[in-house]
Ligand binder design. Structure first.
Ligand SMILES: C[C@H]1O[C@@H](n2cnc3c(O)ncnc32)[C@H](O)[C@@H]1O
Ligand SMILES: [Zn+2]
Length: 432
């Protein structure tokens, strides 16, 4: 007997060979997709009737600082440098590991509710992030965010913590947790340190997650200090490869785009964070045309201020169209690909498509809503009209984490209450 059958769904498989399937069936066994089609001989322990709904691969958030959910609305409407150096970093210095656990649980809850099945994270006290992910049932690629600011002693310590985290958590939670190395950015990490981190990542056979050219200030800093931009600088130290997830990549020249595509770098586009912090616009269309793997992320909750990947899809499409003044660029299907197939590829997980043998990581979207009627094109509605609030069911590794609007893997009210209490205590410690 199978574990789960979902029937009568409009299935957006994201598998180019299968396409969309009307009145489809998906069969799940041992956390994997066993069958995708229009009928099945199987019986299952649980059957979900998805009539009037869309079944699709869950969304992959490729750049997040989940613990920062505790800072939602804490410091808005500021320049990035001022926001980070004068508000966020001083507040982070007062965070306890319990705060980060509370913030990450809240993030997991929000992501499960809004249809995200996996996220890439870079933050501090990452062992508590891992604990929260393990308990919530979501999937994640976690990294300890490392900064050395050119201090050799700090570099040694940071690498030790990052490395211990990789050793402790890689492949844990039944394989739902994978780890990465997370050097913060080329303008906060020294050249020497970046070389050491890359070498360690290669030795440990894990990927790297880094902020790159988010701001013009970083571009200017790199030019002044190294006579070149971050893309050429990282090329010069053999950093680039298919094992790198580079967040933002806003300030790119045409030559930079060629390098990123040539090395198979995964680029996490974060449109809402980039708009809120007025960082600029990532040249997504040019990157895709050059053959780069571009995926989507929310960034942390202090610069977004939510983790809804549906909003990210809509913003990505709209921002690109207006930036190149061409409404034909980044059509809905392409954006869905970025949020599913491309995101899964960036994290190296076997998700992002509904196909036999893939992880049973999927979501059901209720289409019986005023703002989703009538339906001419399902993909259009998912990108331009839907939001995370329309997700009714979220399944990760075959386990139903949210069933018809009810979150099963966590006590929702408790998670919210504890996060609110942690934020109040934190404010007391910060002295605001
Ligand atoms: C891991 C560290 O990264 C910090 N951070 C969060 N958001 C951003 C951003 O948009 N750019 C650069 N750094 C960011 C976070 O506060 C942690 O200190
Ligand atoms: Zn970030």
């Amino acid at each position: 007997m199978a574990d789960l059958i979902i029937k009568n769904a409009y299935i957006l498989t994201m598998d180019p060979e299968a396409g969309d399937i009307k009145n489809g069936v998906v069969v799940v066994e041992d956390g994997k997709i066993k069958e995708v089609g229009t009928s099945t001989e199987c019986t299952a322990k649980k059957v979900i009737d998805a009539k009037g709904s869309v079944l699709m691969p869950g969304l992959v958030n490729t750049h997040c600082h989940a613990g920062m959910t505790i800072f939602r609305g804490y410091a808005d409407d500021m320049q990035l440098q001022d926001w980070l150096e004068n508000h966020i970093w001083p507040a982070e210095a007062k965070l306890t590991d319990d705060d980060i656990y509370a913030g990450t649980r809240l993030a997991c809850l929000e992501m499960i509710r809004s249809g995200t099945i996996a996220f890439a994270d870079m933050y501090i006290h990452e062992n508590r992030v891992a604990q929260a992910v393990d308990e919530a049932g979501i999937r994640a690629a976690l990294s300890y965010g490392m900064i050395d600011f050119g201090d050799k002693e700090k570099a040694d310590k940071e690498l030790e913590v990052g490395s211990a985290f990789v050793k402790e958590w890689n492949g844990k939670a039944g394989g739902r947790i994978i780890t990465m190395y997370g050097p913060h950015a080329p303008n906060t990490c020294s050249r020497d340190f970046l070389i050491r981190v890359k070498e360690q990542a290669v030795r440990d056979n894990v990927k790297l997650h880094i902020h790159v050219l988010e701001t013009e200030a970083e571009l200017n800093y790199m030019k002044e200090n190294f006579g070149m931009c971050s893309i050429h600088f990282l090329k010069g130290i053999d950093f680039w490869g298919t094992d790198v997830l580079a967040a933002h990549c806003v300030w790119l020249s045409d030559g930079d785009i060629k390098i990123l595509a040539e090395y198979g770098v995964n680029i996490s586009h974060n449109p809402n964070s980039n708009m809120k912090l007025a960082s600029g616009i990532c040249p997504v269309t040019k990157l895709i045309d050059a053959g780069a793997n571009v995926c989507l992320g929310t960034d942390g909750c202090a610069s977004n201020n939510n983790l809804d990947m549906f909003e990210e899809m809509r913003s990505a499409a709209l921002l690109q169209k207006v930036s190149v003044m061409d409404p034909t660029v980044l059509p809905a299907r392409k954006v869905l690909e970025m949020a599913t197939v491309n995101g899964a590829k960036a994290l190296g997980i076997n998700s992002g498509m509904l196909k036999e043998g893939y992880n049973a990581d999927m979501i059901i979207i209720d289409m019986n809503k005023a703002h989703l009627a009538p339906v001419y094109d399902v993909a259009s509605h998912l990108v331009y009209a839907a939001s995370g609030k329309d997700v009714r069911t979220t399944i990760v590794a075959g386990k139903v984490l949210m069933d018809d609007g009810k979150v099963l893997s966590m006590d929702e009210q408790e998670v919210i209450d504890i996060a609110i209490k942690a934020s109040k205590d934190l404010l007391g410690r910060i002295g605001n």
